[in-house]
Design a binder for this molecule. Structure first.
Ligand SMILES: *[C@@H]1O[C@H](CO)[C@@H](O)[C@H](O)[C@H]1NC(C)=O
Ligand SMILES: *[C@@H]1O[C@H](CO)[C@@H](O)[C@H](O)[C@H]1NC(C)=O
Ligand SMILES: *[C@@H]1O[C@H](CO)[C@@H](O)[C@H](O)[C@H]1NC(C)=O
Ligand SMILES: *[C@@H]1O[C@H](CO)[C@@H](O)[C@H](O)[C@H]1NC(C)=O
Ligand SMILES: *[C@@H]1O[C@H](CO)[C@@H](O)[C@H](O)[C@H]1NC(C)=O
Ligand SMILES: *[C@@H]1O[C@H](CO)[C@@H](O)[C@H](O)[C@H]1NC(C)=O
Ligand SMILES: *[C@@H]1O[C@H](CO)[C@@H](O)[C@H](O)[C@H]1NC(C)=O
Ligand SMILES: *[C@@H]1O[C@H](CO)[C@@H](O)[C@H](O)[C@H]1NC(C)=O
Ligand SMILES: *[C@@H]1O[C@H](CO)[C@@H](O)[C@H](O)[C@H]1NC(C)=O
Ligand SMILES: *[C@@H]1O[C@H](CO)[C@@H](O)[C@H](O)[C@H]1NC(C)=O
Length: 882
């Protein structure tokens, strides 16, 4: 057993025994490691709700801040590709329509009418709009709601007794116990939650809280625990991603009653999703500044007096009780999944719960299973991913494996090149006439997008490659989303000349304007370098089957000998890959869903072609502002004296979908007509199965059940779930179901009432020393100065950072070199690094920190960079005191 250098250090602290600190992953799921390790055994949750009630809920709403945020967010969402379709979706779209711009206008009007008195109410209203978009690429982490989330105190799964009867809810521990006892007794299902029918309670809960899915079957599956979550260190929605305060206002308890009469009672849990050490927050103003604006309280000089008991409201600083864990590198997922995963026959090197190796393969008699829980990989890991897929295929062929299951449960996407690469490993030959990896997409056209696209494309085309800097700029920016000159126009089979050809003034339908369809050129070395950090002369290859990585293998299995297994949560790159597979004739088996019969879609996460973020957009707008400056023109919506856009609130992350996937078959019917994005089409799986009590925590059993349903016993498919999906060779026999007419329950969150049983004295909350263990983890996990010779651990890069000391103190050096951690653009993982450095503001995933040159070994996708510099203790005369 070895340890990797990329330690995912977690920390947990417990405020008055109730506040659980989880890893600040702005992605949708909090980390399992944190919660597992916290001491959440039955301790009351009162105090945290008191914090929320008394302090966070009472944070006032400032009109000006709210209006500036709406301006920022509305400008950002002009780039969201699906606005027109969300407003009036086709009947087969399963979620409710929403007019996003009108809803933002409604919130703005409420602000103008002084209808908000509390920040939390405002944030909840904005979240309800984001939630209604049901697109995994559209997410928002702002202000107080980014800082706190909530969790159900029990781990739950949903499973059928025999695969035929409708699923019931079980405590995960009861399933594991029954499995451990060899199923001598069936576990007793959950009958009621808070005296309400458990299914009814949770299906309402799912539609209110599960985030980013195209139908309520996926909303349901997203609630629960799953072995494939366990191996990635994630919890389900119930396990810690609840945005809205779930207590009913008067008490925060949850009562679960099993069918056999056994009852359990516990409290809702609150999680603090930040690993940021702002120093004590002593006043309501500090609270507002920190949680809402992202500003740290003023630095205090330690005068030696005992200030610890004087009105301290909230303090992250304690370092006692520090717990660090190193991530174990393993060769299997048995331990992480409570033995649900068996010993693999093939495994990617450096298999870890924290990322790194993710792919495993299993041979069960004549069935081969390739488990791909995620496509998220750093560029340097992608090659091992690809090699492992090939190793699986080669070994399976050697062992005369007849049937293949590609398990994509819980797969939220990742590196796009791996969708092409993995697909081509199974289907190496692809004549031009096939649609398989066509991967066309288009975006919403609008004036600001055209201004950015036009300016950036012309800048790129005008680069003088005789000049070293401009030469590198040309390589670095070849896959920039606003450089259209490298994208293929399928109308001409050539690259686009200019932005106008791509986003013409006409091209209107659905009361909106649209670009032409674009395709990526995966043989273009500049694009491969810019998009996937593949250096042309490094001997590294692009995706298999493209450019310098030509096909060398043959197809082993026919499409009908392969199935993909999903749980509906497949999103983004997973959606692209599943789409390639389906177009090649591979069937989808989907598992789980609401306790009712009928069809279910295989891919209900985002089917969008490009996740983007407001942070990246900010960078582009700033860049375009500089380009336009000589002509004395400025960008709309950007105050002249801001370097970047004014966000109003602290925006940790605001994601949106820039491009829609358009299917080749739709495009070919008439390239100039309206094309409904894949996001809004009903894509039923070919067969749906229920999870069973025997297979939900036993992958061996699950895969065996999938194989039976796929190849030997179609009667295992849930009643009424087949016939909705088509294959290239067989059209669907059933029409897509219409959008359910039942009105969704409207989200009502009562923030006026008070909950919990606080431990406050005179309205001041006290925290036990030793309860807070964040500090040292931050220090260990924070930025380290570079070693001799600018050395940094792998995954870090040495870069100079400006030094700014507090209160105008003169630093001993204006710059200091620090090891900056790498971040991934769609999921900036910088928050956890912003520790004791007295970072001004916040660490951001800065894609343009420094142009990556071809001579540098590590091609970082982005670096976590302190905005505005740092205040290191050794360089700031008074810095050490804080
Ligand atoms: C967790 O709480 C239990 C019960 O209060 C206590 O016995 C145990 O020592 C705690 N564990 C840790 C790691 O703090
Ligand atoms: C959002 O932007 C659009 C396009 O510029 C504009 O028509 C609309 O009024 C804006 N809405 C709000 C709430 O600012
Ligand atoms: C009820 O079921 C649970 C879970 O299967 C079990 O742990 C418990 O012992 C059962 N209680 C009774 C009274 O049978
Ligand atoms: C890739 O795999 C090799 C072993 O084959 C291992 O030594 C190396 O560290 C792996 N690289 C990454 C980035 O995972
Ligand atoms: C583009 O290529 C496709 C596939 O090879 C072909 O069918 C089509 O006719 C070509 N279009 C043009 C305008 O050359
Ligand atoms: C794609 O890139 C390759 C390599 O640069 C180039 O030869 C080819 O012409 C490009 N394809 C299109 C359609 O521009
Ligand atoms: C600036 O204005 C000139 C003259 O109108 C025009 O040719 C040029 O493209 C403009 N530059 C930018 C960056 O818009
Ligand atoms: C540039 O814009 C500023 C601010 O709008 C204005 O005061 C100035 O006169 C403009 N300069 C020119 C040369 O147009
Ligand atoms: C999983 O199911 C298989 C097949 O039924 C069985 O052989 C195996 O022991 C089970 N694993 C566990 C951990 O119970
Ligand atoms: C919120 O709770 C208060 C106090 O219990 C109650 O008066 C009010 O009607 C509730 N509001 C809603 C919308 O349920």
């Amino acid at each position: 057993m070895t340890f990797i250098s990329r330690l995912l250090l977690w920390s947990s602290f417990v405020l008055s025994g109730v506040l659980h600190h989880v890893d600040a992953r702005p992605g949708p799921r909090p980390s399992l490691l944190n919660r597992r390790a916290t001491n959440d055994t039955g301790r009351p949750c009162g105090a945290v709700f008191d914090i929320i009630e008394e302090d966070l809920k009472s944070l006032p709403f400032l009109k000006d801040v709210g209006l500036r945020f709406i301006e920022y967010y509305n400008t950002t969402l002009q780039f969201q590709s699906t606005l027109a379709y969300l407003k009036s979706p086709p009947a087969e779209y399963q979620q409710t329509a929403v007019d996003v711009v009108a809803e933002l206008g409604r919130v703005k009007q409420k602000v103008l009418n002084d209808q908000y008195s509390r920040q939390l109410d405002f944030e909840y209203d904005v979240h309800s709009i984001v939630h209604a978009i049901h697109d995994d690429h559209v997410n928002l982490h702002i202000g107080i709601t980014a800082a706190f989330s909530f969790a159900f105190p029990f781990d739950i799964v949903s499973a059928s007794l025999d695969g035929k009867s409708l699923p019931k809810l079980y405590l995960r521990k009861d399933i594991l116990q029954a499995r451990g006892n060899g199923w001598t007794e069936e576990p007793s299902p959950i009958a009621t939650i808070n005296d309400m029918d458990a299914n009814e309670f949770l299906s309402q809960f799912a539609s209110q809280n599960s985030f980013g899915y195209l139908e309520n079957h996926a909303d349901w599956n997203a609630l629960f625990e799953h072995p494939t979550n366990d191996i990635q260190g994630f919890y389900g929605t119930l396990g810690g991603q609840l945005v809205y305060y779930p207590g009913n206002g008067l008490d925060d308890t949850v009562k679960v009653k099993l069918e056999n009469g056994t009852e359990f009672t516990d409290n809702w849990l609150a999680l603090l999703n930040q690993l940021h050490s702002p120093g004590p927050l002593e006043t309501a103003g500090d609270f507002y500044n920190y949680f809402v604006l992202g500003l740290e309280p003023p630095v205090q000089v330690d005068d030696g007096s005992d200030s610890e008991n004087s009105g301290l409201l909230f303090d992250f600083e304690g370092e006692d009780g520090l717990q660090l864990i190193e991530i174990k590198v393993d060769t299997n997922w048995k331990e992480e999944s409570d033995d649900a995963f068996p010993e693999p026959d093939v495994a990617q090197p450096i298999l870890t719960i924290a990322g790194g190796g993710v792919v495993t393969g299993y041979f069960q008699e004549d069935i081969g299973v390739l488990s791909i829980p995620t496509f998220e990989q750093f560029p340097e890991e992608a090659k091992n991913f690809s090699n492992t897929v090939q190793e699986f295929i080669t070994k399976a062929e050697h062992q005369k494996i007849k049937k293949i299951i590609i398990d994509l449960q819980q797969n939220q996407g990742g590196s796009v090149s791996l969708a092409f690469d993995t697909f081509r490993r199974f289907f190496p030959a692809e004549p031009d006439t096939l649609p398989w990896t066509w991967a066309g997409s288009r975006r919403r056209s609008h004036p600001l997008g055209d201004l950015v696209g036009g300016s950036v494309t012309e800048w790129w085309k005008g680069l003088n490659t005789e000049d070293d800097d401009q030469f590198f700029d040309q390589w670095d920016e070849a896959a920039n989303e606003f450089v259209i000159a490298t994208r293929i126009n399928p109308l001409t089979n050539d690259t686009f000349e200019n932005w106008g050809e791509y986003s013409p003034a006409q091209g209107n339908y659905r009361e909106d304007r649209w670009s032409k369809v674009e395709r990526l050129n995966l043989s273009d070395e500049q694009v491969l370098y810019s998009a996937f950090s593949i250096e042309p002369e490094s001997g590294e290859d692009g995706p298999y089957g493209y450019g310098k990585n030509p096909v060398t293998t043959k197809q082993v299995w026919k499409p009908e000998e392969i199935v993909i297994l999903t749980d509906g949560l497949c999103s983004s790159t997973c959606s692209l890959f599943a789409g390639f597979m389906n177009q090649a004739g591979v069937r989808t088996i989907v598992a789980g869903g609401l306790p009712k019969t009928g069809p279910m879609q295989g891919v209900s996460g985002s089917r969008g072609a490009r996740a983007y973020s407001s942070g990246l957009l900010d960078w582009h707008l700033k860049f375009v502002g500089l380009l336009l400056a000589p002509n004395n023109s400025s960008l709309p919506n950007i105050p002249i004296d801001y370097e970047t856009r004014d966000t109003g609130l602290w925006v940790h992350h605001a994601g949106f979908n820039l491009r829609d996937e358009i299917l080749k078959a739709d495009w070919e019917k008439d390239p100039n007509a309206e094309h409904t994005p894949r996001q809004f089409q009903y894509e039923a799986a070919h067969c749906r199965i229920f999870y069973t009590v025997r297979n939900i925590y036993n992958m061996t059993q699950l895969w065996s059940d999938v194989a039976q349903a796929a190849w030997t016993n179609p009667a295992l498919c849930v009643e009424g779930s087949t016939g909705y999906a088509n294959l290239p060779s067989q059209p669907a026999t059933a029409p897509p179901p219409l959008r359910p007419t039942a009105q969704k329950p409207k989200i009502v969150i009562n923030t006026t009432t008070r909950g919990g049983m606080g431990e406050d004295t005179n309205g001041v909350l006290m925290f036990n020393e030793g309860d807070m263990v964040a500090g040292m983890a931050v220090k260990r996990n924070g930025l380290e100065p570079c070693g001799a010779g600018d050395k940094c651990p792998s995954q870090f890069a040495c870069r100079p950072i400006p030094v700014n000391c507090a209160n105008g103190e003169r630093p001993k050096a204006t710059e200091a070199k620090y090891c900056l951690p790498v971040c991934k653009p769609a999921v900036p993982t910088c928050d956890r690094f912003s520790g004791d450095l007295k970072v001004n503001g916040h660490l951001r995933c800065d894609l343009k920190y420094e142009a990556v040159t071809k001579s540098r070994k590590h091609d970082f996708v982005g670096l976590c960079t302190p905005q505005g510099g740092i205040k290191p203790q050794n360089l700031c005369p008074g810095g050490a005191a804080t």
